[in-house]
Design a protein around this ligand. Structure first.
Ligand code: NAD
Ligand code: 6OD
Length: 493
């Protein structure tokens, strides 16, 4: 820990409705990635703090939260949503301080989605049907079977840093809607919005212990303590596939329920009959949005040969028009990477691409920025061509603003290259041929396929990946499946 910061810049744990320091008084530093400067100190939860949070969450299961009528609980979720919107600027500033992402992005995506996640699950639970069977019996009177839903219990919510508010609320909202209580472990890089949500919970009257936040790291820290705690019934995790493997092993002893949203190396397939301008604009977004730090980003772009050169030139022009810089400045399109360490990783892929024989169409380095951003963790949007399909830069998730573009001659060839991956989160197809779109959508091995769009979300739909990209689906009723236990009741009539 460096020198002390003012009390206002200390980010505390939120346990049992109260903000508190860690029991053993440990703190770690948080950095603003846009400036590279330390912006806060964060309390690091010990195993004892995690235990306190889990116990508070367990007590809350049977307290006022557990006995609250469902309608009232769902009203509270709607109130959380409204309150996030009322405190829009607080959430915006917290998100930007943690991530450095441009205000234009955070104000359109992260904060509104944080609020929308609570609204949608309030309504999904309100409209939830239940199954019921009339069962014939030998005496002719029959029996009635119906299913009741009970909460899982305490859910551990472990989050990444790329869309911190969006991804955390995407899990907290359905968990609470189903009557669970939660202990959230935000990424050590982005502790602010989860903490701010604690204030919102108190402001709208969520009973204490329902929502808890423990800060810290993974192995040997709060993350591991949460995944191994016997009082935790389920873990919902978003992050790297390698971390997912570690959590799966750690959670095995308790046979915990698991839902994983993991990494990706997503393909975009662009056919010559596409709406060219829409495909270019969509691919620019899908490769470079949030500085490429979205699990859904397209790092592999396959373009039908007749339009290959034109497409590469258009994407290059678009990438070179992207303005990096001050997140609050008008006209900034791209923020920094999340940390110095992550920038090192991305730059090492930029170097590897050269070693692997890539043609660097644009980028490949660090932009020159002045003022407050001179020490920020920025990199250039980067496009490669000419790599072998087995090159590491084509196989491994970089999680930065870069993509490789390769030509293809037939639909079958495009499909074969797109599916040649251990991941399977999403794919985008750009074509005006609907029959082909359906064919591709069915054949692509991924949890989500977008046609002529990217990252267009309806929160009622199933979200998740295949292969190394995840386990399970969340969204709408699919979240309810994960965050609740079904109990069958059989009544002899
Ligand atoms: P990460 O796996 O490094 O960390 C995610 C969280 O797990 C953090 O809170 C971290 O502290 C915690 N953690 C790490 N090791 C742990 C352990 N052993 N036990 C318990 N907790 C542990 O991921 P990241 O770097 O924060 O995020 C980037 C990754 O997340 C990328 O791979 C990206 O593709 C993936 N991601 C996937 C989705 C999706 O929906 N599929 C969404 C966003 C991000
Ligand atoms: O939109 C969502 O619900 C979602 N889970 C997005 C994930 C983005 C990954 O970075």
């Amino acid at each position: 820990m460096g020198s002390e910061v003012s009390d206002a810049r200390k980010i505390r744990l939120f346990i049992d409705g109260q903000f508190c320091d860690a029991a053993d008084g440990r703190w770690f530093d948080a950095f603003n990635p846009a400036t590279g400067q330390r912006c806060a100190q964060v309390a690091e939860a010990s195993a004892a703090d995690v235990d306190r949070a889990v116990n508070a969450a367990r007590r809350a299961l049977t307290g006022p939260w557990g006995t609250m009528p469902v309608g009232e609980r769902l009203d509270l979720l709607a109130a959380i949503s409204d309150r996030i919107m009322r405190r829009f600027d607080d959430f915006l500033d917290a998100e930007i301080m943690d991530t450095g992402k441009p205000v234009s992005l955070a104000s359109k995506l992260d904060v509104p989605r944080g609020a929308a996640n609570f609204k949608i699950f309030s309504s999904v639970l309100r409209d939830l049907p239940t199954e019921c069977f009339q069962t014939p019996t030998a005496d002719g009177r029959g029996a009635l079977n119906y299913a009741l839903r009970a909460p899982l219990g305490v859910v551990g919510v472990i989050c990444p840093w790329n869309l911190p508010l969006l991804l955390m609320t995407w899990k907290v909202a359905p968990a609470l809607a189903c009557g669970n209580t939660v202990v959230v472990k935000p990424s050590e890089e982005t502790p602010s919005t989860a903490t701010l949500l604690g204030e919102v919970m108190n402001e709208v009257g969520v009973p204490k212990g329902v929502y808890n936040v423990v800060h810290g790291f993974g192995p040997g820290s709060a993350g591991e303590a949460l995944t191994t705690h016997p009082g935790v019934s389920g873990i919902t995790f978003t992050g790297e596939s390698a971390t997912g493997k570690a959590i799966m092993k750690a959670a095995a002893d308790g046979i915990k329920h698991l839902s994983f949203e993991l990494g990706g190396k997503n393909p975009s397939i662009i056919f010559a009959d596409c709406d060219f301008d829409a495909a270019v604009a969509g691919t620019l977004r899908s490769a470079f949005m949030n500085c490429g730090q979205v699990c859904l980003c397209s790092e592999r772009v396959y373009v039908e040969r007749p339009i290959f050169d034109r497409f590469v030139a258009a994407l290059k022009e678009g990438a070179e028009a992207i303005v990096p810089g001050d997140p609050y400045a008008d006209g900034t399109h791209m923020g920094p990477l999340i940390s110095a360490q992550h920038r090192q990783k991305v730059l090492s892929y930029y170097e590897l691409a050269r070693q692997e024989g890539a043609n660097v169409v644009t980028g490949g380095g660090v932009p020159e920025l002045g003022g407050d951003q001179a020490e920020g963790f920025y990199v250039q949007p980067t496009i490669w061509t000419g790599l072998d399909e087995q090159a590491r830069c084509v196989k491994e998730e970089v999680f930065g603003p870069c993509c490789h573009i390769a030509p293809f001659d037939t639909e079958q060839e495009a499909l074969q290259m797109a599916n040649d991956t251990q991941y399977g989160l999403c794919a985008a197809v750009w074509t005006q041929n609907l029959t082909r779109a359906h064919r591709m959508a069915a054949a692509l091995e991924a949890g989500l396929v977008w046609v002529n769009t990217w990252f267009l979300r309806d929160l009622r739909t199933p979200f998740g990946g295949v292969g190394l990209s995840g386990v399970g689906r969340e969204g709408g009723v699919h979240s309810v499946e994960f965050y609740s236990e079904l109990k069958n009741v059989c009544i002899k009539l």
